[in-house]
Ligand binder design. Structure first.
Ligand code: BG6
Length: 293
């Protein structure tokens, strides 16, 4: 069996942290700290094969976020099978001693019928010795017809939390957002931090490069750092929408929150030969170590 026949690749670091990446979707499905504690949420009802995207982990939304366009919601990258890229071009590796895997996605003939643009999407997933998870996406326009293309994008990360009522998200206060529950009406965040008391589905615009998700019960803080991705989506489906999703347990909304590094409001446009880079870096630290901005 060749490496591209594998279902998933496992990255391990000497101090005990690990990560799993499915070739289906180029999808990170597990990220564990050095004690073996899982940090990402994956639904007990998740399906790990086509055509549905895996419910949890880090789905990649490309070339379209949600229904901002004519493609299926969140685009098709999350439900295609990627290949291991054995010979990637020089890559800015975050730390030279990280464990990492390189994947690649190119459109098939059928993909070109629904999105008529040729591209090479290279994804590096790296785990640092300290257990930080880094995703780097490089998307290149390989159109031979001289045409540019535009896309929207998100790393749709599902964080595993103790209880949604114990969680706050910091770093998005005073920002403008589009409210997906109000026909994408534009509002301004008023609170000191985001807390969850009902369904929430918002696209925060022009956000800082660092966002924190503080889990009071676990005394753990996730720090999200991003590059090339100005926006951030915050989503929790709450009880009613949870029940409506066939691949999501009725009560699972209590144990997850999505904070998604994204490029949505301003589409990314690439001319032929041009490349875009979007980076996500996740760390999980004891809340006592986290010193805010
Ligand atoms: C979020 C969107 O990013 O993804 C929500 O803001 C959407 O509106 C959610 O419901 C899940 O989408 P899907 O396609 O994975 O069920």
């Amino acid at each position: 069996k060749g490496v591209n026949d594998l279902d998933k690749v496992v990255l391990r670091e000497v101090r005990g942290s690990s990560a799993e990446v499915y070739l289906y979707g180029g999808h990170v499905t597990s990220w564990k700290d050095e004690h073996g504690d899982e940090l990402l949420f994956v639904s007990n009802k998740a399906i790990f094969k086509p055509p549905k995207a895996i419910r949890g982990g880090i789905p990649i939304c490309f070339p379209q976020f949600s229904n901002f366009g004519n493609l299926e919601p969140h685009g098709f990258a999350r439900n295609r099978t990627w290949s291991v890229d054995d010979d990637p071009p020089p890559f800015p590796v975050p730390t030279s001693n990280s464990a990492y895997i390189d994947l690649i996605l190119k459109p098939t003939e059928d993909d070109l019928k629904i999105w008529p643009h040729s591209f090479e999407y290279r994804l590096r997933v790296a785990l640092s010795p300290g257990g930080d998870l880094m995703l780097t996406s490089r998307i290149r326009n390989t159109n031979a017809d001289g045409k540019p293309f535009s896309f929207t994008f998100a790393y749709h990360t599902y964080f595993k939390i103790s209880d949604i009522s114990e969680v706050r998200v910091e770093g998005l206060e005073t920002l403008d957002y589009l409210d997906n529950l109000q026909d994408r009406a534009r509002s301004t965040e008023q609170g000191d931090a985001i807390v969850f008391e009902s369904e929430l589905d918002r696209i925060y615009l022009g956000t800082p490069s660092k966002i924190a998700i503080i889990d009071h019960e676990k005394k753990r803080t996730f720090v999200v750092r991003k590059g090339g991705l100005p926006d951030a989506v915050v989503w929790n489906p709450w009880d009613k929408k949870a029940k409506a999703m066939s691949d999501f347990g009725d009560d699972e909304y209590k144990r997850m929150v999505c904070v998604e590094a994204a490029a949505i409001e301003k589409t990314v446009t690439l001319k032929p030969g041009e490349e875009w880079t979007g980076k996500l870096e996740l760390s999980a630290v004891p809340s006592s170590y986290y010193s805010g901005q």
